[in-house]
Design a protein around this ligand. Structure first.
Ligand code: HEM
Length: 132
């Protein structure tokens, strides 16, 4: 494992921790409408005016989602390229050191889908929520 890979992995882990905290802040402060009905834009802008705390919180969550996505995918690509296909049995061309970042990509996709469902539901599932 190279120094650069280790640094990338720690940066991805730190950014993911920040994202989890920010996600909780979005939920606790009820800032889910901070970007209005826009996605991926925020109130119609890529860089919205940050004159409302709800916008700051919601937009920060989105910004860190983008950062974590880039870091996690970069980690998987790095690990994939560094893998010697002949070293271990298992997935074709994938030895154990490169599996963890692939799992991280899968979990990231899952969490993004859950976030998307939450985003959509907070606008269109009010009837179902009222029933539940
Ligand atoms: C790896 C961690 C996470 C990822 C990749 C992620 C990703 C996303 C994405 C893509 C969205 C939809 C777009 C948006 O409105 O920003 C979203 C929305 C949301 N996320 Fe996360 N999220 C993560 C963690 C969390 C956590 C830990 C919480 C709460 C404890 C959380 C709470 C929310 C809420 C409440 C929304 C809906 C906001 C709305 O209604 O507009 N997220 N998330």
């Amino acid at each position: 494992m190279t120094r650069r890979y280790t640094l990338l992995a720690w940066t991805a882990a730190g950014a993911t921790y920040l994202l989890i905290v920010l996600g909780a802040v979005v939920r606790i402060t009820g800032s889910g409408m901070g970007c209005g009905d826009h996605w991926p834009l925020c109130n119609g802008h890529l860089f919205p005016p940050l004159d409302d705390i709800g916008t700051v919180i919601e937009w920060s969550h989105r910004l860190v989602v983008a950062l974590v996505s880039v870091l996690v995918v970069a980690l998987a690509v790095y690990a994939w390229r560094a893998t010697d296909p002949g070293r271990q049995p298992g997935l074709p061309g994938v030895s154990p050191p490169s599996r963890a970042p692939l799992v991280a990509v899968a979990l990231l996709v899952l969490q993004v889908l859950l976030g998307a469902i939450t985003w959509r539901c907070s606008r269109r599932c009010s009837r179902q929520r009222a029933i539940l």
